[in-house]
Ligand binder design. Sequence first.
Ligand code: ADP
Ligand code: ZN
Length: 528
Amino acid sequence: MSIATQTPQQVLETVFGYPAFRGEQQAIIEHVVGGGDALVLMPTGGGKSLCYQIPALVREGVGVVISPLIALMKDQVDALAAVGARAEFLNSTQSPDERRRVEQALLAGEVDLLYLAPERVTVPATGQLLDRLNVALFAIDEAHCVSQWGHDFRPDYLALSMLHERWPSIPRIALTATATQATADEIVARLDLGAARRFTASFDRPNIQYRIEAKNQPVQQLLQLIRSEHPGDAGIVYCLSRASVEKTATALAEQGIPALPYHAGLDARVRADHQSRFLREEGIVMVATIAFGMGIDKPDVRFVAHLDLPKSVEGYYQETGRAGRDGLPSTAWLAYGLQDVVQLRQMMDRNEGDAAYKRRQSQLLDAMLALCETVECRRVQLLAYFGQSLGVDRCGNCDTCLAPPESWDGTVPAQKLLSTVVRLDRERRQRYGAGQLIDILTGKRTPRVEQLGHDSLSTFGIGDDLNDQEWRGVVRQLLAQGLLAVHGDGYGTLVITEASAAVLKGEREVRLRREPKRAPRSSRRSAP
Ligand code: ADP
Ligand code: ZN
């Protein structure tokens, strides 16, 4: 029986070898097979590919898949060929001869699925080619790339609105694992999908254990995580900069962990080699910037670690979502510190972009900080960010559920700290970061303290009831709560905010989260 005369259920079984659809796959597929437009929001690993692959096979003609993941097209086409589907791709890595061969096959009606790089869509020759084909559907994968606010913005995606203008009768299905209302609305607006039916899957990933802890000695903390809970496991470690990627990969390798670096500054061949080793070998730890990961289909990534704070909850969710696609217990672990906040705020200040853009970036960071500092269930808060509810107050599989953090009254320490900031600000001679503040509060007569006469400030030594690390926690949490801010001077100087006044006047209580002394142990690797 030819594929084209089969039902979606039959294609699922005979071509892909699966007995049943998952979640909303069937409804989505039937809608698209029937010629409707669809917007599909489904988490990583949820099974988005079948949602366009099966309609492409069932409907007559070729299904055209727009995907930004050029490096993965060959793998995707090979995987489809392995199950007997006729797939091809067209992108800039091909020779003209190769492209001509694909075009011949398309014109001969010998292709079920065509993967197309977004930058090829606007090439006139592509339009002429598509005009001559019987196109079954357009699938726009990683549709959030159209969002200019997002971290994966691809300018070529903006041109995809022309698909509908030029071929209005061909159904479109846009898919993404980015779930915020704002992103979904932007996709609808930019791709003209107002009439599309929206399918939203639950974004809960119950097998991922979310944990966020204070960053002290990040590499040591990471080693502890790997050795005690994930020895020999494959994992991804995200760092903000190329330099810290290199440094961390080297440090892990020196400790006998098979770690490889990945960032945009590496030679393309090195990157491709590291990626393929990560995919094919067991137990590789990829240390990477966020340049790595989109579209990587490795089911058994057991942990995703962040050594620097992601810029948004969306980014955090995407990156952690690469753990545990196989549904088995996995860890999402983030170490975050005061310096992260200062650094990200400075990066935002330096960023090009208008005031609205900066405000928006700052709001995204605030939401990420709120997730870090919450005493509530991380999963509940994460899902709430995407407008979803878990139906219970506590998930039982995140650090705050496993070891509920205590909160304490930090009003007095906050007042001590804020009044020191005010006193230093009055001097107006120099600007000071957190280190100098903490030295003053804890009464340390460092050369700098003595030289600047800070030991004669009335707040000198009034905070010696807390140690340096505890003070750093206070500063970090005040930053997260908007009771302190980073000045735009490029030096990381801390300044008070409008909201600080109420604290200084004793009109507002400050609740702080007490950092657990020891990270909670994962529940899965209990003693034999
Ligand atoms: P996404 O693109 O949403 O991240 P994929 O389409 O790559 O997810 O699917 C994730 C994994 O789940 C793949 O290994 C895929 O083969 C598998 N999968 C998808 N749908 C089903 C199904 N109905 N039954 C069994 N496995 C499925
Ligand atoms: Zn929880």
